[in-house]
Design a protein around this ligand. Structure first.
Ligand code: FES
Length: 253
């Protein structure tokens, strides 16, 4: 089994497709790009969006999900679910200013060593010109916000049911087009990301809505709306006042 521990690409490989292929590449002596860290999982469907984002906080350059081909998943739809999670992670990464091409999904036959080498080689070539994804503190804070946002209940639910909404429709039988689903998901992703970002900024120091808007480079009206919501949910509390304006602090994060 060829496996490098140097930072670079984290490759989540399902036991049946990706891992058996990586293993076969090792057995046959097929060279793989250096810097790949293979993480064996039962099925790529068990890898959530947060696990696709977190490696970037630990200096990974790219994250690969290597699963089985369509209709070959041993858990039936794990590879389809993985597609939704990759989509979600890519949208969140784009909001952090991180190139979404840094996360990739590959579908492989069992024990396809050549295929695994081809996929990892191609991915390495895509990543090479992109450089390091976390150049500064601001990106690191955004990545932490993306990680937090990926845990938001509404977001997880929407990413999970996306395939059904596009194929069989909602409870009223209405099937969503790709564009409709994409728009709905985008809105929820943006809201969850902003909420997480504001909470992290408030954890750093108490701020007014205006100070938050400046720090987050957001519209002050939108920030005030989110703060009101977070206050109702008990995630933000009034901390102090400055020039008659309330300063807020984050609760319990
Ligand atoms: Fe390979 Fe599910 S077992 S993708």
């Amino acid at each position: 089994m060829i496996m490098e521990n140097t930072p670079g690409i984290v490759a989540y490989c399902c036991e049946w497709g990706g891992y058996s292929s990586a293993d076969q590449a090792g057995r046959l002596g097929i060279p793989l790009p250096t810097g790949i860290r293979v993480v064996e999982v039962r099925c790529v469907g068990q890898v959530d969006a947060g696990a696709l984002i977190e490696p970037f906080l630990h200096r990974a350059h790219g994250v690969l999900l290597a699963g089985c081909r369509v209709e070959r998943c041993h858990y039936l739809t794990g590879n389809i679910m993985a597609r939704g999670r990759v989509d979600l992670a890519q949208r969140l990464l784009a909001l952090c200013g991180v190139d979404p091409r840094r996360v990739r999904l590959a579908w492989l036959e069992a024990a396809d060593g050549e295929g695994f080498a081809r996929e990892t080689d191609d991915f390495t070539r895509t990543l090479a010109p992109l450089g390091h994804p976390v150049p500064g503190e601001d990106t690191a804070l955004s990545l932490m916000a993306a990680l937090m946002a990926s845990e938001a209940e509404k977001l997880r639910w929407l990413a999970g049911v996306g395939y059904d909404l596009k194929k069989t429709g909602n409870v009223f039988g209405r099937v969503l087009s790709e564009e409709e689903f994409s728009r709905a998901l985008d809105e929820v992703v943006r809201d969850a990301f902003l909420q997480a970002r504001l909470l992290l900024l408030l954890k750093q120091s108490p701020r007014t809505s205006r100070e938050l808007a400046e720090a987050a480079d957001e519209d002050v009206g939108r920030v005030s709306g989110v703060i009101t919501l977070l206050e109702k949910e008990g995630k933000v509390r009034h901390h102090s006042s400055v020039d008659g304006l309330p300063r807020f602090a984050a609760e319990g994060i």
